[in-house]
Design a protein. Structure first.
Length: 293
């Protein structure tokens, strides 16, 4: 029996389309898994930090990735799990948080992280002069401040009447990617990094890569990550968890959220990883595991 040429042709086209789609796949930095992997590259890390601090990349001498689980001072204390935590030149700590969907009490959460990072620097009996500057950076793929169209703001302690800064030892930087204005001829490094992080297609990253060597390296790193089959599976799992969480938040299906967490526990995922994926507290995950018996 002869094969139907038309049927073979359709199958071939389908296979070719699937192959093209796979080759064109690129991870998006707004998915926190991808952002954390991207920040493993020291040059990319330095470029983003330099843009945040309004310095040249060559002025950033050393950046060290630190453990992302904040210390508990007591048994009843709450854990804090950061996305990316960096020690800069042995003098400044920076917490980077990438958030795709709206999160209730985001300000409360980030202030907690910043305060925890700051107080973790000293123990009982230590002098206060040991305290170094701590910065919290929120990179948001949603709008937090609805009342204006600013895409970037720096928040610090200041006199509410005069506006004079009280101290720069603790500060926050809020980057709202959806608020980016149309591209202009002359833009700050920070604005350009925001455009890179907000890229939606391979063409967006290729365009940024032509601007300078730092963006070129960041694009190459993205391309390498996207070609790694294991990394891609982890990325897609995280992406699905984000979508599921968004749906659960919108529908209020807490029962469904609990079932997702339980299925992750049953699958043998480390509890810290489950907490990181679901953005739930480690204590809650541990409690659910106890109830499973």
């Amino acid at each position: 029996m002869k094969e139907n040429p038309r049927k073979v042709s359709k199958s071939a086209i389908k296979s070719e389309n699937a192959l093209n789609e796979k080759e064109d796949f690129i991870m998006l930095p707004t998915v926190d898994f991808c952002f954390k992997e991207l920040m493993q590259n020291e040059n990319v890390r330095k470029g983003i930090i330099a843009a945040i601090l309004n310095r040249r990349p060559d002025e950033i001498v050393n950046t060290e990735l630190l453990p992302t689980i904040l210390r508990k001072d007591s048994e009843d204390d709450k854990y804090g799990i950061l996305d990316v935590r960096v020690q800069l030149d042995n003098e400044v700590q920076i917490d980077f948080e990438m958030q795709v969907v709206y999160y209730d009490y985001w300000a409360n959460r980030t202030i907690y992280y910043l305060s925890k990072m700051y107080t973790e620097q000293i123990r009982e009996g230590d002098s206060y002069d040991r305290l170094q500057k701590c910065i919290q950076v929120s990179i948001l793929a949603h709008v937090l401040f609805q009342e204006d169209d600013e895409c970037y703001r720096r928040i610090s302690f200041c006199d509410v009447k005069t506006g004079k800064e009280y101290t720069d030892l603790m500060e926050m930087h809020i980057l709202e990617l959806p608020q980016l204005p149309p591209e202009q001829k002359s833009e700050t490094d920070l604005m350009q990094w925001m455009r890179f992080l907000n890229g939606k297609r391979r063409e967006d990253f290729e365009k940024m890569a032509k601007k300078n060597s730092c963006f070129e390296e960041a694009y190459k790193e993205l391309d390498k990550l996207s070609a790694d089959e294991k990394k891609r599976l982890e990325y897609e799992a995280r992406q699905k968890a984000i979508r599921d969480r968004d749906i659960l938040i919108k529908t209020g299906e807490n029962r469904g959220r609990k079932e997702i967490i339980l299925s992750m526990i049953e699958a043998g995922l480390p509890l810290e990883q489950i907490a990181e994926i679901t953005k739930e507290t480690l204590e809650t995950i541990q409690e659910l595991k106890k109830k499973m018996g």
